[in-house]
Design a protein around this ligand. Structure first.
Ligand SMILES: NC(=O)c1ccc[n+]([C@@H]2O[C@H](COP(=O)([O-])OP(=O)(O)OC[C@H]3O[C@@H](n4cnc5c(N)ncnc54)[C@H](OP(=O)(O)O)[C@@H]3O)[C@@H](O)[C@H]2O)c1
Length: 293
């Protein structure tokens, strides 16, 4: 079953103490602003903020039934991070054992204060993963109603196939942007279309690299093309980069990273649009630094 998402998923990684470190009052303002725009799906991971962001966001959810009713959650597990709150971790590592996946989902439910996780993703492939254990954990979480849909993040095509054959996944979250375009030369987009897997993009603006005061050569080439297209589409650079993702037949959903509600309002007020095929290739050419063959 393909996951259904609004035009943007709102990333939480930079909202807490790994980024802007918003106060609870500012978080409420930001979340209320997103909900007013119909954006109710928030992307989390257990490790964000060194295992603090889910609990902090959960404080807001628990404060009012409207958040419990409206908010939808993606969260991820599988990275074991060295942090004060995890005294048994002495090296950063991955753990996709069945017991860790199930315990992580249960912990995220409790910490965030929601009854169900809409999309539960494995954050990164584990070098030591046993796909049968993963499938068993997914089966348990979905059958128990704790998780609606399951997915993977940062998995290769082969690793995705391995898991998908044992338990069908709904969503794949990867780093995709004009600055990280190589996915389009992989087997992943075709596989997602064939299997009806939703593709979502983390760092859709390259983590902000396109707005750097000292852009690298690739960003300079992309900016030159975006400058040209801005007038034609009556759109800003960020809106054009989101449209570039949406134009692909996979209709890639951006997971935005901004903590600025004004920017999100501007994206939504412009409305969704797609690029012409040739304009899509203009951006690709700038991203690659050369014409296609
Ligand atoms: N699955 C994974 O492994 C993984 C990895 C990384 C991230 N993620 C998820 O993906 C989300 C998005 O990632 P990201 O934060 O790297 O996304 P991004 O949207 O590419 O980058 C966000 C950064 O760009 C800046 N920015 C956005 N628009 C701007 C503009 N018009 N002018 C200047 N600066 C602008 C933001 O600053 P302002 O706040 O000032 O707007 C922010 O610092 C994260 O929150 C997280 O939920 C997942």
């Amino acid at each position: 079953m393909k996951a259904k998402y609004p035009p943007f998923i709102i990333g939480s990684m930079r909202l807490g103490n790994w980024g802007r470190d918003l106060s609870l009052k500012d978080l409420k303002h930001f979340v209320d602003g997103c909900l007013d725009l119909g954006l109710k799906h928030f992307d989390h991971a257990d490790i964000y903020g060194g295992y603090t962001t889910e609990a902090w966001f959960g404080e807001l959810i628990k404060s009012d039934q409207k958040y419990q009713n409206d908010i939808e959650i993606t969260t991820k597990c599988g990275i074991r991070y060295v942090a004060e709150s995890r005294p048994t971790h002495f090296v950063k590592h991955y753990d996709l054992s069945s017991s860790h996946i199930i315990a992580s989902a249960e912990n995220s439910l409790k910490t965030l204060g929601v009854e169900r996780i809409n999309s539960f993703l494995l954050h990164r492939p584990d070098y030591l993963m046993n796909p049968h254990e993963i499938a068993a954990a997914f089966e348990h979480l979905v059958a128990s109603g704790k998780v609606k849909q399951v997915g993977l993040s940062n998995f290769t095509y082969d690793q995705t196939q391995l898991i998908h054959r044992l338990f069908p996944i709904d969503v794949l979250q990867l780093e995709i942007s004009a600055m990280n375009w190589q996915l389009f030369e992989s087997a992943i987009p075709a596989f997602c279309q064939l299997e009806n897997i939703a593709l979502t993009s983390w760092s859709p603006l390259g983590g902000g690299s396109i707005f750097s005061p000292r852009p690298d050569d690739q960003c300079k080439r992309i900016i030159k093309v975006l400058d040209k297209l801005a007038e034609k589409y009556q759109a800003d650079h960020d809106q054009l980069l989101f449209a570039w993702l949406r134009t692909h037949p996979c209709k890639i959903t951006p997971v935005t990273g901004t903590a600025n509600i004004g920017r999100i309002q501007r994206y939504i007020h412009r409305g969704e649009f797609v690029l012409s095929e040739q304009d899509w290739y203009l951006i690709l050419e700038a991203a690659r630094g050369e014409k296609v063959a």
